[in-house]
Ligand binder design. Structure first.
Ligand code: PEP
Ligand code: MN
Length: 284
């Protein structure tokens, strides 16, 4: 297969593909936010976040039940119990859920409780996982590997599309650099490149991209300015107490402040931030 045929499924269309998560559309003129904790910790934690998001007008809740941790001694996630909690909050609050799967078995476990499967940075080239997600109907949020080129990210997306699942959202989440000043180097240039090379929606994760809560807002604004089709943020009711990624978690109030700051930035690039406050839609 030549390079041009390899990318046929990602660059052949002039317009951005619309990918719908729950009732939220990614890839259109409106820019949605996804927010929530790094890890699912408890029902109270999730329902507090979900209630806040609904009032703010954000319909997509993220939270990991299976956590890919660098150390086997770190918290690994609540697993199936975490999925049950996500499912419960999804039913009760009507928010769409995005949660990570790290293996083929976890796809089946997560499917009844989620609206979108996240493939994490460490699994971007888990090709069997990608093939299995290609056989699913629900959308996939594919995060860029922290050492992956843009071409490798597009090839990873290709695995999912080839299986018949066109509902792929790409996510720039930072790549490994030489400078420990930030956790990763958020490659916003890659967003501009991807917007030229693929019809898939491209979103940005400034939380993992920087690793520091004070840097999340400025990089989120830069991401919207450069053309991101969405933003994914780690937010927690008590950020310092997060069981994982505490340093980069922002509070719910900071999340609201950020959303308000993103409104004029989106407007300045001819788009609008998608906020649908409670009452706009009913729980599903
Ligand atoms: C996460 O979203 O919590 C996560 C582990 O992200 P990444 O795969 O980008 O490190
Ligand atoms: Mn995290």
């Amino acid at each position: 297969m030549t390079a041009s045929t390899l990318y046929a499924r990602t660059n052949q269309r002039p317009d951005t593909t619309l990918v719908t998560v729950g009732r939220t559309v990614f890839g259109g003129p409106d820019i949605p936010m996804i927010a929530g904790p790094c890890s699912v910790e408890s029902y109270e934690q999730l329902v507090t976040v979900a209630r806040f998001l609904r009032n703010l007008g954000v319909n997509c809740l993220r939270g990991g039940a299976f956590k890919p941790r660098s150390s086997p001694y770190s918290f690994q996630g609540l697993g199936e119990e975490g999925l049950m909690l996500l499912g419960q909050v999804r039913r009760e609050m009507g928010v769409a859920i995005i949660t990570e799967v790290m293996s083929i078995e976890q796809i089946e476990l997560a499917e009844p409780h989620t609206d979108c499967f996240q493939v994490g940075s460490r699994n971007m080239q888990n090709f069997e996982l990608l093939r299995a997600l290609g056989r699913q109907e629900k959308p996939v949020l594919l995060k860029r590997g922290f050492s992956a080129t843009i071409e490798e990210l597009l090839n990873a997306a290709e695995y999912i599309l080839l299986g018949g699942n066109n509902n792929v959202i790409l996510c720039e989440r930072g790549i490994r650099g030489f400078d420990p000043s930030t956790r990763n180097v958020l490659d916003l240039g890659a967003v501009a490149v991807l917007k030229q090379r693929t019809h898939l929606p491209v979103i940005v994760d400034p939380s993992h991209g920087t690793g520091q809560r004070s840097l999340v807002a400025p990089l989120a604004k830069a991401a919207v300015a450069v053309g991101a089709d969405g933003i994914i943020i780690e937010a927690h009711p008590t950020p310092e107490e997060s069981v994982s990624d505490a340093a980069q978690a922002i509070s719910l109030q900071e999340l609201e402040n950020l959303a308000l700051q993103l409104v004029p930035v989106a407007f300045s690039v001819g788009r609008s931030l998608l906020l649908e406050p409670a009452g706009y839609s009913q729980p599903v």
